[in-house]
Design a protein around this ligand. Structure first.
Ligand code: HEC
Length: 251
């Protein structure tokens, strides 16, 4: 028994470790796999900005197109940038050795990342890149300190600065409470093409898509689950009647 418990705890360790956020509080979101418009926007953003480095190679273009209601020709024209065919797996074109050299780490496959890291972690990760001159790209990340990935969405979000870092800056003091305001803010001089609210929505869509990618069967599973429950309910009525019938003779 002890062994079983130990094995169970051990098998949960990696998940617990990976879910860690370096102490930074995670913003929580509820994914909605039934929101096809959001999933489509997320897929477009992923293919345009992430798929150059990251594969989602346990998934096929065709399956994604069908699940998300994207016609095959639109998918091929707008969302497939390699010479892949619609039936191919969603691989990337970057070579692992090159990537290791450029970024210090190879970009991992992201098919299952929403289950490994969790939606909240991803949502927070994509929104907490900030300026840090000590890092090679001049950027760091709050939930993944010293991350090797550059902030590829910088143009959309704008450059965030950590207001906590500047002790002598009077603008980082809350005029009402006199306390130091901490947190990330987009530098007014280096704004992105999106407002913070638009950027949050775009990141929600992106994480929604990664959530779908990690479990494409989710909607189907829930639908079948309802039928199974209904079946069990009907079956219970008959089983109960049968039981009554058998026990009539016993009593
Ligand atoms: C220029 C190449 C590049 C692009 C483009 C890129 N990434 Fe990355 N990404 C990386 C590298 C390299 C790592 C590994 C970082 C490390 O381990 O330090 C990484 C790591 C990650 C991780 C952490 C995975 C884990 O569990 O450790 C996530 C999540 C991620 N990227 C999401 C994205 C998303 C979403 C996009 C598109 C908006 C994107 N990346 C675009 C290079 C890239």
């Amino acid at each position: 028994m002890k062994k079983i418990i130990l094995t169970l705890v051990m098998s949960m360790m990696p998940a617990l470790g990976l879910a860690a956020s370096a102490g930074y509080p995670l913003d929580s979101i509820d994914l909605d796999p039934s929101d096809k418009a959001s999933l489509q926007r997320g897929a477009a953003l992923f293919q345009n900005t992430c798929s150059g480095c990251h594969s989602t190679k346990f998934q096929r273009y065709e399956r994604v197109a069908d699940d998300l209601g994207i016609p095959h020709d639109l998918m091929m024209d707008n969302l497939v940038f390699t010479d892949a065919k619609i039936g191919n797996l969603m691989e990337n074109s970057i070579r692992e050795q090159d990537a290791k050299k450029w970024f210090g780490a190879a970009p991992p496959d992201l098919t299952m990342v929403a289950r490994v890291r969790g939606a909240d972690w991803l949502y927070t990760y994509l929104r907490t890149f900030y300026e840090d001159p000590k890092r090679p790209w001049g950027m760091n990340n709050k939930v993944f300190p010293d991350v090797g990935m550059p902030h590829v969405l910088l143009e959309l979000q704008g450059m965030q600065i950590d207001t906590c870092g500047k002790d002598d800056d009077p603008s980082s003091i809350d005029p009402l409470t006199g306390e130091k305001m901490c947190g990330l803010q987009v530098d007014p001089d280096r704004k992105g093409s999106m407002t913070p609210a638009e950027y949050d929505q775009a990141m929600y869509d992106l994480v929604n898509f990664l959530g779908y990618s990690a479990e494409p069967m989710k909607m189907e599973r829930q639908r079948i689950g309802i039928y199974v429950m209904l079946f069990l309910l009907v079956f219970f009525i008959f089983a109960y009647l049968l039981k009554k019938e058998y026990w009539r003779d016993v009593h």
